[in-house]
Write a new protein. Structure first.
Length: 154
């Protein structure tokens, strides 16, 4: 059976909502200028902090939750940044790409994982550096939260 994009989105939203959107509580989300402009131009509040070049960090609360996360999930779902769209495939420093074994991971085909990896590897290095830097500031909390999930290199 071929799952259409609409059905795939419903399945994804269901899995993520059952999980409680834990990935949105990890901190360290970055957006490019184009991505942050696309979000604010649609009337969403501006929660971006300029980092370097055209990289912006998204504010998060003390518990590491992204400010765009609410009780119904991501409030900017249709315009969320690339790193959010590619999760649970995540690029780390040194060009390693990992698959975080969250509940969504097992619903992804090998092709989908490869496509996400290819898209992530096209991002400029400084985007990855800034994201990692943000995460280091919350490293202890992050380690505790990410420890919930295994991960593997892909
Ligand atoms: S922008 Fe949306 S998907 Fe990305 S971390 Fe924030 S709430 Fe989650």
């Amino acid at each position: 059976m071929n799952i259409g994009e609409h059905d795939a989105r419903i399945i994804t939203k269901d899995i993520c909502s059952d999980c409680g959107s834990q990935c949105c509580k990890l901190g360290g989300v970055v957006a490019t200028k184009n991505e942050s402009d696309a979000i604010t131009e649609r009337g969403y509040p501006n929660h971006f902090v300029k980092l370097k070049c055209d990289v912006y960090g998204i504010d998060w609360g003390k518990d590491g939750s992204c400010v765009y996360l609410n009780d119904s999930g991501c409030s900017i779902y249709h315009v969320r940044p690339l790193g959010c769209r590619m999760f649970p495939v995540v690029q780390t420093r040194n060009h390693d790409v990992i698959l975080v074994k969250c509940p969504l991971a097992s619903s992804l085909s090998d092709d989908e994982i490869s496509t996400r990896k290819r898209i992530l590897l096209q991002r400029p290095n400084y985007v990855i550096r800034e994201s990692e830097h943000l995460r280091q500031n919350h490293e202890k909390d992050l380690r505790m939260r990410i420890a919930k999930y295994e991960h593997e290199r892909v």
